[in-house]
Design a protein around this ligand. Structure first.
Ligand SMILES: CCCCCCCCCCCCC/C=C/[C@@H](O)[C@H](CO)NC(=O)CCCCCCCCCCCCCCC
Ligand SMILES: Nc1ncnc2c1ncn2[C@@H]1O[C@H](COP(=O)(O)OP(=O)(O)OP(=O)(O)O)[C@@H](O)[C@H]1O
Ligand SMILES: [Ca+2]
Length: 465
């Protein structure tokens, strides 16, 4: 590869170097080498006034060769973590349909300068990326997989990769207590969706260039993955939000409004808020009594910690819930910069279970409002939050059919969700649905367990401001 700038000095590293903390604003530098000659120097600076946004600077004017040699050359181990070959999947229809343009204009030129080769697949249909990863992709050729799209597209990559690794190792995903094998390939997320919660909650910002730089310098952030089963049948994996009630109904409604783009969430949010449904069921959970911190300790997760040992003793609660939210990470996103559970940890083997019991519309509004201001959203009598390793949910009435079996969604009858004779009521007033990272699950009764650090992202958690 020919790089643009030639500097006549001999160096000892063969390929690419990396250096961090050159000063308050200059975080990282890397250089391209060709046959032991420096051929390009790129500095990654952190824009101090813009939080987590990083940018690239490719001139030598602020960067003396002396400084460069002093800091870069003694750090060869960083070079080993940097990917050289990537498999990139682009969803051309996610978010505002800008995935392809974002990759071509902002990301591909950076990969090229960093001497990273990329095989690019622009998906042609939903589940294209998942199925390709599951069976076809020659993964041994790559150092990482890149997802250009939103949370739904990330979910495809997650399912493709995790399933492939389990199949290769003979692990049966239908066993809820199976010990899953962690994925060795790291995943990079170039945000190009509607919510991009997983990128925001692991990097601190939704910015394609920042994410590309985390990939280039080879950052690594382990992340917990929740496995979701129904009666010992595997349903899906989740890394961000599993939500029943408010968010389940909101997502179900918003899927019918995809043509509206990201605005669909606001419209469906308002509609779901006005419906003010609640659902009865039993939630059983295994508290993570020995976990690091608690959901209300106001300590934002920056990188994740490992648990010491399992908690013990199941708690069982029956109730009428407006929302049951299981947050495996903070679920911070531009709509709610601190997220559903601001102190949730990325990689500690736990999730934060938030139970919002039946309350007035005004009280629920107050609770929602606290997701966008600095007040504590858990400080209400009708809200409780538990840090857990596993949970089960059973709706009040046994499901005799799955949501999949219903050809059309029945109209709401106006009868209460507490209808004593469920057969006389419509399905969707008795049951809500679970949203699992934005996808709707076909069952209301589920078992969930957290798989500690099952995947790794090209990220470094949320940095100190
Ligand atoms: C009064 C203002 C209240 C604002 C409350 C904002 C809370 C926002 C919390 C966002 C949590 C996002 C969690 C991310 C989950 C992702 O795995 C998933 C896949 O992308 N996205 C969504 O589920 C997409 C979820 C989209 C959520 C949009 C919520 C919009 C709520 C609007 C409520 C309107 C109330 C109006 C009252 C007059
Ligand atoms: N070529 C394609 N055609 C149609 N759908 C696709 C294609 N490729 C991927 N998909 C599907 O599109 C869905 C939405 O994609 P994506 O997550 O990228 O955007 P989004 O839903 O707008 O963003 P977010 O999930 O962040 O809210 C995903 O569930 C994915 O399975
Ligand atoms: Ca977690």
């Amino acid at each position: 590869m020919k790089c643009s700038m030639a500097v006549q000095t001999e160096v000892t590293l063969q390929n690419i170097g990396y250096v961090s903390d050159l000063g308050p604003h200059m975080k990282v530098a890397w250089a391209g080498f060709e046959k032991n000659w420096i051929c390009a120097v790129h500095t990654v600076i952190r824009k101090s006034d813009m939080g987590h946004i990083w940018a690239k600077r490719s001139d030598l004017s602020h960067f003396s060769l002396q400084l460069f040699n002093d800091y870069l050359i003694p750090l060869p181990h960083f070079a080993a973590n940097r990917p050289k070959s990537l498999l990139v999947y682009i969803n051309p229809y996610g978010g505002k349909q800008r995935g392809k343009r974002i990759y071509e204009q902002k990301v591909a030129p950076l990969f090229h300068r960093a001497c990273i080769s990329a095989d690019v697949i622009v998906t042609e249909h939903a589940n294209h990326a998942r199925d390709h990863l599951k069976t076809e992709a020659s993964l041994e050729k790559y150092d990482g997989v890149v997802c250009v799209g939103g949370d739904g597209m990330f979910s495809e990559i997650l399912h493709g990769l995790v399933t492939r690794v389990q199949t290769d190792h003979g692990v049966d995903q239908n066993q809820p207590d199976a010990e899953l094998v962690p994925c060795s390939l790291r995943i990079g997320i170039i945000p190009a969706g509607s919510t991009d919660c997983i990128c925001f909650a692991t990097v601190g910002v939704n910015d394609p260039v920042t994410s590309a730089l985390h990939i280039i310098i080879g950052d690594s952030q382990p992340v917990d993955v929740c496995s979701v089963h129904h009666k010992d049948i595997f349903l899906r994996y989740s890394v961000s939000l599993l939500g029943y009630g408010f968010y389940g109904d909101l997502l179900t409604d918003s899927e019918r409004k995809r043509w509206l783009g990201p605005a669909r969430y606001d419209l469906s949010g308002l509609k779901t808020f006005l419906s003010h449904n609640y659902y009865e069921g039993t939630i059983s959970f295994l508290p993570a009594e020995d976990a690091v911190g608690s959901p209300r300790d106001k300590l934002q997760c920056r990188s994740g910690e490992k648990p010491d040992k399992d908690g013990s003793g199941w708690n069982v609660m029956r109730g009428k819930f407006i929302a049951i939210n299981a947050a495996n990470m903070s679920c911070a996103c531009p709509r709610s910069p601190k997220g559903l559970s601001p102190s949730a940890h990325l990689a500690d083997g736990t999730l934060d279970l938030i139970l919002v019991r039946k309350c007035s519309r005004l009280d629920f509004f107050r609770h929602l409002l606290r997701h966008i201001n600095t007040d504590d959203q858990f400080d209400h009598s009708f809200v409780e939050v538990h840090r857990v390793r596993m949970f089960h949910f059973q709706p009040l009435y046994q499901e005799s059919i799955s949501l999949d079996d219903l050809n059309e969604t029945p109209k709401k009858t106006g009868c209460s969700p507490m209808c004593p004779a469920p057969t006389a009521c419509s399905y969707n007033t008795i049951y809500s649905s679970w949203t699992c990272d934005g996808e709707i699950l076909p069952h209301a009764a589920i078992q969930v367990s957290v798989q500690c650090q099952l995947i790794r992202l090209f990220a470094r958690g949320i940095e100190e401001q």
